[in-house]
Write a protein that binds this ligand. Structure first.
Ligand SMILES: Cc1ncc(COP(=O)(O)O)c(C=O)c1O
Length: 436
């Protein structure tokens, strides 16, 4: 994988572009999405698995799905759609959007749709409609009520079962109570027993372990537990069971030398071992990539527009809101790298960063240090690296924001072409949203 972040001429370059130059040319606050990074990530992981499949003589496929929920920018999802093997949806509305993409891009009609999430009538009806159009759609059953709705259709809809795994490794009690998804052991047994009396076709065992920072031993333990307990059981009962879906959580960050070739071999090696021991057929391996597909493709750039000296270190005030730009970091502790962009050869000063909202929490410093080192500069820009996944849905992109601050200028770069997707949000736009 190519190096995305580079220092050249004492400036930070992202995907080959000087962030300072982009900021000076297009203005700040600025959000920049590099569509080719979405492609690079997808192609590269698929390539790692293709090589592993070849090397290990693995007799089934690796299926890469884009987890749409990570970023609902149409361009981002369409880019992922082009290169992935399919799209993963999380709600009825997400499925309506995905269905529309399948209509608009008939050249990708043979790709998969895999449906997760809690499902009511509307979602199930749309799945049936899409199944009837001949699109490869797999409904991952999340509850018994959904199963009952689906079986009433009397159609051979392809289904999977999402396994509810206890959060074995959660450190905090509240995390254990957090994961409501999937079917319990007895619900799985009920469906395994009942489904033979229906026309539904069981093909997939699915699990998704909530975004921990990837740790191999934890990944392996959950993977093996779900595989042994559920895939093996289901595959012995039904020859149609031939997919194992490991959800999201693919290791990140991509830029820091993680060896995806080795990881692909390791994951397939786990499956080979488990299948050989249990004497069941080797499944296709599905992976639903949200963060891995989208996170690194976007960064934000702000200008330092003022300094306040009320505390131990100088507060550098930027022309936007850090809180709005990276809500996932503030709410859930998701790591997002914050770095000065230019004048990196100048004397470094221990500093704090703050957004220009009135919110006390709109501040940033490195937690372990209690400050961030910033260069002494008359024209300083600050970059937030990796805002491409989940920030837009959490900060209500397109809406009215904290202190009525306008949304960033939104740039999209692809194949060397820079396009302004939207200008800085105007006060008239904001008034309209406020129904003023
Ligand atoms: C079922 C499922 N699959 C995939 C994902 C994507 O996970 P990630 O963003 O870690 O790739 C999620 C995220 O919530 C999910 O719930």
């Amino acid at each position: 994988m190519k190096k995305v972040k580079e220092i050249k001429n004492n400036e930070l370059f992202y995907n080959g572009y000087s962030l300072k130059e982009l900021a000076k040319t297009y203005g700040t606050p600025l959000k920049i999405t590099f569509l080719d990074l979405i492609k690079d990530h997808i192609v590269s992981l698929k390539d790692s698995f293709s090589k592993a499949i070849k090397e290990l003589n693995y007799p089934a496929k690796f299926i890469y799905l884009n987890a749409n929920k990570a970023n609902y920018g149409a361009l981002e999802v369409i880019e992922a759609f082009k290169h992935a093997d399919g799209l993963e949806t999380s709600s009825y509305y997400d499925l309506l959007f995905t269905h529309e993409l399948f209509r608009r891009f008939p050249e990708y009609k043979n790709k998969y749709i895999v449906c997760n999430g809690y499902k009511l009538n509307d979602y199930v009806d749309e799945i049936i409609k899409i199944h009837n159009e001949g699109i490869k759609i797999i409904d991952i059953i999340d509850s018994v009520s959904e199963y009952e709705l689906l079986k009433k259709s009397n159609l051979p809809v392809e289904v999977g079962m999402r396994i509810h795994i206890e959060a074995l490794y959660a450190e905090k009690e509240e995390e254990i109570k957090n994961d409501r998804f999937g079917l319990t052991n007895s619900e799985v047994d009920y469906i395994l027993n009942d489904i033979k009396n229906t026309n539904l076709v069981l093909s997939t065992i699915h699990f998704h372990q909530r975004g921990f920072d990837y740790e191999e031993d934890k990944f392996q333990e959950n993977f093996e537990k779900v595989f042994n307990k559920y895939y093996v059981k289901a595959a012995r009962l039904f020859p149609s069971v031939n997919n194992f879906n490991m959800g999201g959580g693919t290791p990140l960050p991509v830029d820091e030398g993680f060896d995806y070739d080795k990881w692909a071999k390791y994951v397939l090696g786990l499956i080979i071992n488990l299948c050989d021991k249990a004497k069941v057929t080797y499944p296709n391996l599905f992976s639903e990539n949200g963060k891995y597909s989208q996170k690194d493709a976007t960064c934000n750039v702000y200008k330092v527009v003022g300094i306040k000296n009320t505390d131990k270190y100088p507060w550098n005030i930027v022309d936007g809101s850090l809180l709005i730009a990276m809500p996932e970091m503030y709410a859930l502790g998701e790591p997002i790298e914050v770095r000065p962009v230019n004048d990196l050869d100048k004397e470094m000063v221990k500093s704090y960063l703050a957004g220009i909202t009135c919110d006390c929490d709109d501040v940033y410093f490195e937690k372990d240090k209690g400050y961030i080192n910033l260069p002494k500069s008359d024209e300083l820009y600050i970059g937030l690296m990796g805002t491409g996944s989940y920030q837009n849905s959490m900060n209500g992109k397109g809406g009215v924001h904290h202190c009525l601050l306008p949304e960033e200028i939104d740039l999209v770069i692809n194949d060397g072409k820079v396009a302004i997707r939207s200008k800085l949000q105007s006060i008239e736009d904001i008034f309209k949203l406020m129904k003023l």
